[in-house]
Design a protein around this ligand. Sequence first.
Ligand SMILES: *Cc1c(COP(=O)(O)O)cnc(C)c1O
Length: 373
Amino acid sequence: MPIAYNHLETLVHPGRIVENWRKLEARGGHAYAVVKADAYGHGLREVARALAAAGAHTLCAGTVEESVSIRGMGYEGCVVSLLGPQLDEDFAAAIRQRIVPFIADAEQLKRLDAEAASLNVVQPISIKIDTGMGRLGFRAEDAQAVADLLDGLSHVKVAGVSSHLASADMPQDRAAVEAQNARFCDAVQVLRSRGHEFEANLANSAALLAYPEMHHDAQRPGLALYGCNPFWGTEQAALGSDLVPAMDVRSRIYQTHGLRAGETVSYGRTFTAQRDMRIAVIAAGYADNYMRAMSGVGAVCVRGRRAPILGRVCMQMTAVDVTDIPDATRGDDVWLLGGPDQCAVRAEEFADWCGTISYEILCLLGQNPRRYA
Ligand SMILES: *Cc1c(COP(=O)(O)O)cnc(C)c1O
């Protein structure tokens, strides 16, 4: 159990992640659960445990360590897929632990086959196709060459064929998303025609919600599992409006005091009071991954109301405006993320304030001491 220093803690609700997974499974038909990056900051083991108990059939990890950690928990019926890149030295562990790695190039495929041969097993793999992300993968138009290569290898078996979409969460980018899907369909068809049987999977959260025609055999939602809406702020926001956030970050008020008109707050004196005010100093700063980019733009939730951040976020403290929340006092709970319904801070909103995406907010705030509801 981590020690809650600085009175700041991250509260995770695994039941809500399960609820989201069920909703996605109902829409997609066969939703893998992406639990990479410590389950987007929610805690790999706790989230994997809740999802496996709820019947999740495939858990997608980001690193070999994460995959091994899930395998160590049991769940014999559950497939552990490794989305992230691997180096050659990772193969032995992947094979021994029955992890299904994404394989993205010919060298890797040959090395894995050799390693599996030396251990005398047939290793299931997922072939990763680059259809437009420009990151990792075999080029879609090389599918015949991939099939030729596979013909010469006897210790790997294609269990999945995957590709990743670059802009499914951008409604205005439909043409590019459809082009990626078309390339994926071609590659899938080539590999099927060459005798491979596998689960084709392309959709991330956004595509699961917005492109039913891209559901293929399975989908790989991550963000939506954790209750964030990939279409927040777009005309398609309704698509993800039923997802429930699963992370709250709570801290406390250290002190409240008055600020006279003309006085300034915090480093750099970036905020000057235009009137007499009352401020609260809260236990949260950039050392808690409460981003300094929130300086002067974000807000927290105190006693069911929003309190705007004043001036610069410091290393372990931040000043907020409680002029209009007169009963706010030392020791009060302060919600940096989540909180009571009427003023809950959404990760998407938080991300907009500091110029990033909700993914990054969850990964960073999830690094604080966590408690489970
Ligand atoms: C992270 C990841 C996902 C999940 O994406 P979301 O946008 O969070 O749904 C799916 N597939 C791959 C390969 C990923 O790396």
